[in-house]
Design a protein around this ligand. Structure first.
Ligand SMILES: [Zn+2]
Length: 435
């Protein structure tokens, strides 16, 4: 009787262990060059992970694209795809949307925020064949990724100033989105009715579903992108004073612990993520999932599974302190972070290294007064820029040398941490070392 046990597999030792954990081979229906590129891309990503050089999604995708420049387009064929773009909230919304679409079948996604074409390529290659994909897209790359992946749905969240020393001006970005969408009239857009820049950009789309996620930050949308006149606001409503551009009536609305759908059905949402902004992200996720045919009640049940996004919102306990990490990258996201943070001692950490943008003048765009009444600690390479800003707001603060000093300086209980990009990474690394 033939043994069902084959020869023993080679021992999985050494640092290249991860390479043996590759998913299914590439789809045999793809062109040979694409299969080769896809396989090499996944191997390179696995090598990168196995040798401790990050998750490999960028290098794997880059190498694959060198072999087959159309690799992303080839890997997109046969999948129903949603793209998610905007200045803030795209990583979280991508995670929520992937969770919501999961009720229909397997979903490929770039969940770690590698949001340029190399990251998309790697995510699709790594996932193998899936009927669905949800891809976070850097706002500068939307036109390129739209053309390559031919998505069914594009979700547009918001546009605001970001990285003053290198990012594109907001109205210019809106114009680029508008031109990109005009070239793909079959794409269904799911867009934020509360952001005039997004509404104008989405106006070029063939069809739009509007959601309301609220907009706390208004300083990049006082002037109409269509005609240059002033935009007039009245609570949640807004309208241009010189042309017909105005807030469309939203189909999906974030409500109190729920999302209200187009037929006024209320879907209870039990999010593990804090703040009104994440309820808006949940509304976006349900609107996208519904476009693909997911039952919103089923999809809503999946949203509570997302508890932390690339370390953001993570809660950790250390020395009797319950610490929550919030990432804030630009003025709009600082305002949202103040909304999410509980009134507890709060550590603010600001750096100005490459990924943060070198210019910290944005600190003066943010109103720090919501922090009044709570103990505020500051740290980071640019803590003294922050100190000047807090002094202007007349907020008392304590400077600490780093995260560990902050933990030691506050009483047992909650500690909120709001940090910009590299400061956030530093604190995560420090927590990983200690825990
Ligand atoms: Zn106007």
């Amino acid at each position: 009787m033939p043994s069902r046990v084959g020869p023993a597999p080679p021992p999985r030792t050494g640092t290249l262990h991860g390479v043996t954990d590759l998913p299914d081979p590439p789809d045999p229906r793809l062109p040979l060059r694409t299969r080769l590129a896809s396989g090499v891309s996944r191997t390179a990503a696995a090598l990168s992970r196995a040798t401790g050089r990050g998750d490999g999604s960028v290098i794997g995708g880059r190498i694959g694209l060198l072999i087959d420049p159309d690799l992303l387009a080839h890997l997109a064929v046969g999948r129903q795809i949603a793209l998610v773009s905007g200045t803030n909230g795209k990583t979280t919304t991508t995670r929520l949307t992937a969770a919501a679409l999961g009720v229909l079948g397997p979903v490929a996604t770039n969940s770690l925020g590698a949001n340029m074409p190399s990251g998309h390529t790697s995510a699709l290659a790594r996932a193998g064949r899936t009927p669905y994909a949800v891809l976070e897209v850097d706002e500068h790359y939307l036109a390129q990724v739209l053309a390559a992946t031919r998505p069914a749905v594009v979700a547009l969240l918001n546009l605001s100033r970001d990285q003053l020393d290198r990012a594109m001006e907001v109205a210019m970005m809106a114009a680029r989105w508008r031109a990109a969408l005009a070239g793909h009239p079959a794409v269904h857009v799911v867009a934020n009715a509360d952001d005039p820049m997004v509404v104008w950009a989405a106006g070029a789309a063939g069809a739009v579903t509007w959601f309301s996620a609220g907009q706390r930050w208004h300083d990049d949308s006082w002037v109409c992108p269509q005609c240059g006149s002033a935009i007039i606001r009245d609570r949640d409503q807004w309208a241009c004073s010189g042309c017909p551009l105005r807030r469309p009536r939203p189909d999906w609305v974030a409500a109190d612990r729920a999302v209200v759908g187009p037929d006024r059905t209320r879907y209870e949402v039990k999010l593990a993520l804090p703040g009104r902004v994440n309820l808006g992200n949940a509304a976006t996720a349900l609107a996208v999932a519904a476009r693909f045919g997911a039952a919103p009640a089923d999809a809503a049940g999946r949203l509570g599974e997302v508890s932390s996004v690339a370390g953001r919102y993570a809660q950790v306990e250390r020395d009797g302190r319950l610490i929550r990490l919030l990432l804030a990258k630009n003025p709009a996201s600082w305002l949202e972070a103040f909304d999410m943070a509980e009134p507890a001692p709060t550590l603010l950490a600001v750096n100005a290294r490459g990924p943060d943008g070198l210019d910290t003048s944005w600190l003066f765009d943010v109103d720090f007064s919501p922090l009044a009444g709570r103990p505020v600690l500051i740290t980071g390479d640019r803590a003294f820029d922050l100190a000047v800003r807090l002094q202007v707001n007349r907020l008392p603060f304590t400077h600490v040398t780093g995260f560990a000093a902050a933990v030691a300086a506050v009483p047992p209980g909650r500690l909120e941490v709001i940090a910009n990009y590299t400061a956030f990474q530093d604190i995560r690394a420090e927590l990983d070392r200690v825990l």
